[in-house]
Design a protein around this ligand. Structure first.
Ligand SMILES: *Cc1c(COP(=O)(O)O)cnc(C)c1O
Length: 350
């Protein structure tokens, strides 16, 4: 019995439609594990939404996404002459390349490739420094220049930064060259478009696909229930239960991404205190699991196994029955579900 993602298809698609209506310039991002939902499924939804372009994370993702969606494909990872040993195809008319270094722009000049030039922002991930963009523009002969890319931080005055960067862009010899921006909100994007007379395309993943969490339910199944006597050993590590308790075996383990947390930056004092207390719990052999049983988070009995997890409940808690479902909190971008069910009259259609 698997780890299941149940999608209320009508509600989810209603959110997608509303989001696109409010952000007609959206460029949906379809990358990684497809935000938990799968890249192919998301690509098919973009086709249904009638949008002209989507963004993939990497060249490796072009294949399956390109099969499910017939429009243009922006690659977010910058083009490099020998990424992974072979130069990515430059002559596919559906593919828009992101170029983030002057030498790459020189290599691509004359190739006919469709390109956006990435501007280095305060994120400092990829991009050409703003004061070298004029040089980059000098190499646009023989390519199809499709605009500028801006990858903005999630914190700080990103709207102000976007305004400053866009105002300082060199003249690329084209009117109304679009800016492909990430992490601007709708109002900020509209203001940017208006005050700089620049079309703004918003590259969005999380807020689109996972924007209505109420449409998404994650369920694990109870696979087994065992009573443990006081002092009885259990698990791979043969720990002993100091009191009588219940061992619950539920679906969801490391292969699904359960129990693996993406490192989070402990920014505030409260977050650091929380991390410390979590470390303390781990040191004492107790870690809170992401599974909710009987209305409360259950403790891991030991680190998760590959496809299931062992939880320990106090004897005072009435355990669920084998076959019951329990809620699990997951991070969608790191979770691999066994099954994704789209429910409702509007369910599986793609
Ligand atoms: C992943 C990514 C996005 C989408 O980010 P969300 O926070 O999921 O909306 C946008 N732009 C770039 C460059 C990305 O790598």
């Amino acid at each position: 019995m698997p780890l299941i993602l149940r999608v209320d298809a009508t509600r989810w698609r209603e959110h997608l439609r509303r989001y696109v209506a409010a952000h007609p310039q959206v460029v949906p991002v379809v990358k990684g594990n497809g935000y938990g939902l799968g890249r192919r499924r998301l690509a098919a939804e973009v086709a249904t939404l009638g949008l002209p372009t989507l963004a993939v994370g990497s060249y490796e993702e072009l294949g399956d996404v390109g099969d499910a969606f017939a429009g243009d494909l922006l690659v977010l990872t910058p083009w490099r002459p020998s990424a992974g040993g072979s130069a990515p195809v430059v002559d596919d008319p559906r593919v828009i390349h992101t170029v983030s270094r002057l030498e790459d722009m020189r290599d691509l000049a004359g190739s006919g490739a469709r390109v956006v030039l990435e501007v280095l922002t305060s994120v400092h991930r990829h991009g050409i420094a703003p004061d070298r963009l004029g040089e980059a523009v000098g190499h646009l002969d023989g390519v199809s220049f499709e605009g500028w890319a801006l990858h903005l931080p999630l914190a700080g005055d990103r709207h102000g930064e976007a305004q400053r960067l866009v105002r300082a862009l060199p003249d690329a010899g084209r009117t109304a060259t679009p800016v492909w921006a990430s992490h601007l909100d709708a109002a900020g994007a509209a203001r940017l478009a208006e005050t700089t007379a620049t079309p703004v395309r918003l590259r969005v993943g999380t807020a689109l696909w996972l924007g209505d969490r109420g449409a998404l339910q994650v369920k694990a199944s109870v696979l087994d229930v065992h009573r443990l006597r006081r002092g009885e050993p259990y698990g791979y590590r043969q720990r002993r239960s100091r009191t009588a308790s219940t061992l619950l075996v539920v679906s969801g383990g490391t292969a699904h991404g359960v129990g693996l947390e993406a490192p989070s930056a402990a920014g505030t004092a409260r977050q650091r205190a929380l991390a410390l207390s979590r470390g303390g719990l781990a040191a004492s052999g107790r870690t809170l699991s992401p599974f909710t049983v009987g209305g409360r988070r259950a403790w891991f009995a030991e680190p998760p196994h590959m496809q299931c997890s062992l939880l320990r409940l106090p004897a005072s808690v009435e355990p669920p029955a084998v076959g019951d479902e329990v809620d699990v909190e997951v991070r969608f971008t790191t979770t691999l579900f066994d099954r994704i069910d789209l429910t409702g009259p509007d369910g599986e259609r793609s």
